[in-house]
Write a protein that binds this ligand. Structure first.
Ligand SMILES: Cc1cc2nc3c(=O)[nH]c(=O)nc-3n(C[C@H](O)[C@H](O)[C@H](O)COP(=O)(O)OP(=O)(O)OC[C@H]3O[C@@H](n4cnc5c(N)ncnc54)[C@H](O)[C@@H]3O)c2cc1C
Length: 211
């Protein structure tokens, strides 16, 4: 146990695990929640399915296609991805990234072909980018296979357990600061997190000096 008069919590976030039947039963190595730390798995794979339409999903899609030479399928539930700018343009023009919008994964299982996903339309007009798929008819695909699946469906704060001896709640402590992604509960910017860290350190210094 560590006791302290001031606490800065900068523990970042952890992946939000989507509610997809069968996801928790997939064997180790067939489901990952980020590219960092998964080099061995990605180097051994040929294909990956990425769920999500935000910056992280697009960033992972590009990494998998360019760094690991994988065939990528990016499954986006809404009609338009949230990712914008250079990242979005790069992914949408890639010949090895298939983008499917308006479709959602309803269940996954492990087969001899790797991960099998059942996908269903989440919108009336699903769209499949023609750059990768041989089927240019925009017909909704219902079963997909890939070696690995990567849900990039958001992040939630990774808050450690901190006990308050007198029974009061954590928020009532004057020298407590939750900063960076742990405060936002999503991916922020590294520079913003660093700035919050500096501000929190100054506040803590003031707080301790005034006691
Ligand atoms: C794929 C990806 C791409 C990104 N690209 C960019 C970008 O281009 N530009 C940009 O500005 N930002 C980018 N970000 C976001 C940026 O990384 C974060 O906003 C920033 O790192 C947040 O800093 P943080 O200190 O709040 O949390 P983090 O950097 O997540 O650090 C939290 C730390 O706390 C540790 N920890 C967690 N729980 C505990 C515990 N109980 N005890 C002790 N330690 C613990 C973790 O191991 C980790 O080291 C990207 C993020 C991702 C995932």
């Amino acid at each position: 146990m560590i006791q302290a008069r001031a606490v800065i919590v900068a523990t970042g976030t952890r992946p939000r695990v989507p509610d997809i039947a069968g996801l928790s039963s997939l064997p180790d190595g067939s489901v990952i929640y980020g590219v960092a730390g998964a080099k061995e798995i990605l180097s051994a794979a040929d294909s990956i399915m990425i769920i999500g339409g935000g910056e992280a999903a697009f960033d992972y899609a590009l990494s998998c296609a360019v760094r690991f030479n994988l065939k990528v399928t990016l499954l986006i539930r809404s009609q338009q991805p949230r990712a914008r700018g250079w990242l979005r343009d790069k992914v949408l023009s890639s010949s090895t990234i298939r983008v499917v919008t308006g479709m959602q994964v309803t269940s996954v299982s492990h087969t001899s072909h790797g991960v099998q996903a059942i996908i269903e339309p989440s919108l009336k007009k699903p769209y499949i980018s023609s750059s990768y798929s041989k089927n240019k008819s925009n017909t909704p695909v219902t079963v997909l296979h890939a070696d690995v699946i990567l849900p990039a469906t958001g992040r939630i704060p990774e808050l450690p357990e901190i006990s308050v001896p007198d029974g009061s709640n954590l928020e009532s402590l004057s020298c407590l600061h939750i900063i960076g992604d742990a405060r936002l509960g999503s991916l922020g910017q590294a520079t913003a997190a660093a700035g919050e860290g500096l501000l929190a350190a100054m506040e803590v210094s003031r707080c301790l000096n005034s006691e």
